[in-house]
Design a protein around this ligand. Structure first.
Ligand code: FAD
Length: 534
């Protein structure tokens, strides 16, 4: 590896002001106002960022890739690097160069009639939303809980929003990709010069290649088509609360059935008492006082304390938030159907609020008062404000397996995963994204930095337990990519053999994001054997 020669070449390509020889500056502003690269919540294994390079055109990306090949310098790609809970902008391999695409922030097109946009990797959800608002377009986009991330980066990670288009990867349509040899590829109908249906029809002619570039290290995505929804005429937000922990199963079973029947179109977001208590402690000093030293998440909060706060505040065990979108006439009927179904769930309390557009017009996202989570597609950074990367801050790390949708499996897993988490003196925070046929079941482990040594153990214990149940994560932190990939066991690891073969074939020098999702060149894989902690 000839790093110095690569950096000199990079300076000639992007300008010296867009090369950070030290990773302490140059990243888009993040937690605590920091512009440093890296993981704001680093665990014990070293994943320090190396120097960073910031192209702003596709041609510059291609030139950087050619230089990386020439000097055998691997680069870790990020769009905005706000992958908090999963590693931020830090690489799997300690000191890898960061290829930061945040300067490529052009919105190439927004099409109101067909409800899609084509964006570059640096475009944030907030930027896209503000542009739609500025142009007064009748569109509602889907955004994650924190809006400062990249539409492209989040979608490539199979990130999740809260509107009808919440499964972002399912709404991606067409990509432009710089390949590991510097070639430039378009997928889907983008194979045709000036295609008119590139962002409309995702199929293409021949094999679908888009999937190869999700959660992978096979290319650098430089443009993406993303589809969303026309603004509705009316919007009804619904909250269902149930009193007991074991009510989780009927609550989820009912919700996923409503989704499969297309009565509810956005994925209900499900959270429990702990989330409500954290919110209450931030607002109410009395509650913070009752939590006392436990409020800093250095240790597991005792059950009797949780019960005490819950009974003071009258908290339900679970809350599920979702919405209805569409014409006012349909909303009234759908709402009745939802209420009728939840009458069958013991103790369920349903509350709702409807917003109607002026007749003859469509509702604007901003005309809906903010939801707890952005079901109307208004991005914010409110949910990140509780966190700080400082040594006395609140950190977090996600464990995110995919489960079946009946609710029974979720409850079974929840009880086990909660026990494992608490046995490690940590707290289980439920962040369940309920889809029609699966549940992304996130254990949002929040912790005081003094507890970080326990994170590896708890993650590995959770992984082992999920393995027994036959579940795998949808996404994981950079520290656990190899361990998670090792659970792809079908046919003695056929998936891993195939991804390695592909990597060796298209990226023989291993210059793109080594180790991403446990994908390595065969030589690097051998070198790493023995480096894994468990
Ligand atoms: C409090 C909190 C709430 C959160 N809520 C949500 C939520 O609701 N939904 C959700 O999905 N996430 C959520 N997250 C996780 C995370 O913050 C978001 O997913 C965020 O959007 C990811 O960062 P990013 O968009 O900047 O992507 P990046 O960090 O830029 O990219 C993520 C990864 O994708 C790959 N990648 C990125 N760009 C490219 C490219 N151009 N070509 C090839 N590969 C690329 C890289 O491997 C990179 O590491 C939350 C985090 C926190 C702390």
């Amino acid at each position: 590896m000839q790093l110095e020669k690569f950096l000199t070449a990079a300076e000639a390509i992007v300008g010296s002001e867009n090369v950070s020889r030290e990773p302490t500056s140059g990243a888009p502003e993040g937690l605590d106002g920091s512009v440093a690269y890296g993981d704001p919540f680093p665990l014990s294994r070293p994943h320090r960022p190396g120097p960073a390079v910031r192209p702003d055109t596709v041609e510059q990306v291609r030139e950087l890739v050619r230089a990386a090949n020439r000097f055998e310098v691997p680069m870790w790609t990020v769009s905005r690097g706000k992958n908090l809970g999963y590693g931020g902008s830090a690489p799997v391999v300690d000191r890898n160069v960061i290829l930061d695409l945040h300067r490529m922030n052009k919105i190439i097109e927004i099409n109101e009639e067909y409800a899609y946009a084509i964006v570059e990797p640096g475009v944030t959800f907030i930027q896209l939303y503000e542009e739609i608002k500025k142009r007064k377009l009748n569109l509602w986009i889907s955004v994650p809980a924190i809006g400062w991330g990249s539409v492209v980066g989040n979608t490539l990670e199979r990130g999740i929003g809260y509107t009808q288009d919440a499964a972002h990867y399912k709404h991606q349509c067409g990509m432009e990709v710089v390949l590991p040899d510097g070639d430039l590829l378009r997928t889907g109908m983008g194979v045709v010069e000036d295609s008119k249906v590139w962002p409309l029809y995702s199929g293409g002619f021949g094999p679908g290649l888009d999937g190869l570039f999700f959660q992978s290290n096979y290319g650098i995505v430089t443009k993406m088509g993303i589809q969303f929804s026309p603004a509705p005429e009316a919007y009804t937000r619904i909250l269902v609360e149930v009193p007991e922990e074991q009510d989780l199963a009927p609550l989820v079973g009912t919700m996923t059935d409503l989704m499969r029947r297309r009565i509810v179109a956005n994925p209900p977001q499900l959270y429990g008492r702990m989330t409500l208590i954290i919110g209450a402690a931030r607002r109410d000093p009395e509650i913070a006082k009752i939590l006392g030293e436990h409020g800093n998440f250095a240790r597991h909060i005792p059950h009797d304390l949780i019960s005490k706060v819950s009974s003071i505040l009258g908290l339900p065990a679970w809350c599920a938030g979702f919405a209805l979108y569409g014409p006012p006439e349909a909303q009234a009927g759908l709402l009745e159907a939802v209420k009728r179904r939840f009458k069958q769930v013991k103790g369920a309390k349903v509350t709702h609020e409807t917003f109607n557009a002026v007749p003859g017009e469509y509702l604007r996202s901003e005309d809906v008062t903010q939801d707890f989570l952005p079901q109307s597609g208004v991005p914010s950074i409110d949910h990140v404000l509780a966190f700080s990367s400082k040594e006395d801050g609140l950190w977090h790390n996600c464990y995110s397996p995919v489960l079946p949708p009946s609710g029974r499996e979720l409850y079974e897993w929840y009880v086990r995963a909660k026990k494992i988490t608490e046995d490690h003196d940590l707290n289980f925070l439920a962040d369940f994204h309920v889809f029609d046929r699966y549940i992304i079941s996130i254990n949002l482990i929040m912790f005081h930095p003094s507890a970080k040594a326990r994170l590896h153990d708890v993650q590995h214990a959770l992984m082992e337990d999920s393995k027994k149940l036959g579940y795998l994560e949808y996404r994981t932190h950079i520290s656990f990519m190899d361990a998670t990939a090792a659970h792809q066991t079908f046919n003695n690891g056929a998936f891993g053999r195939f991804t390695t073969m592909l990597k060796d074939t298209i990226d023989p020098n291993g210059i793109l994001s080594p180790g991403k999702q446990g994908i390595w060149n065969s030589t690097a894989k051998l070198e790493r054997l023995g480096l894994e902690e468990k």
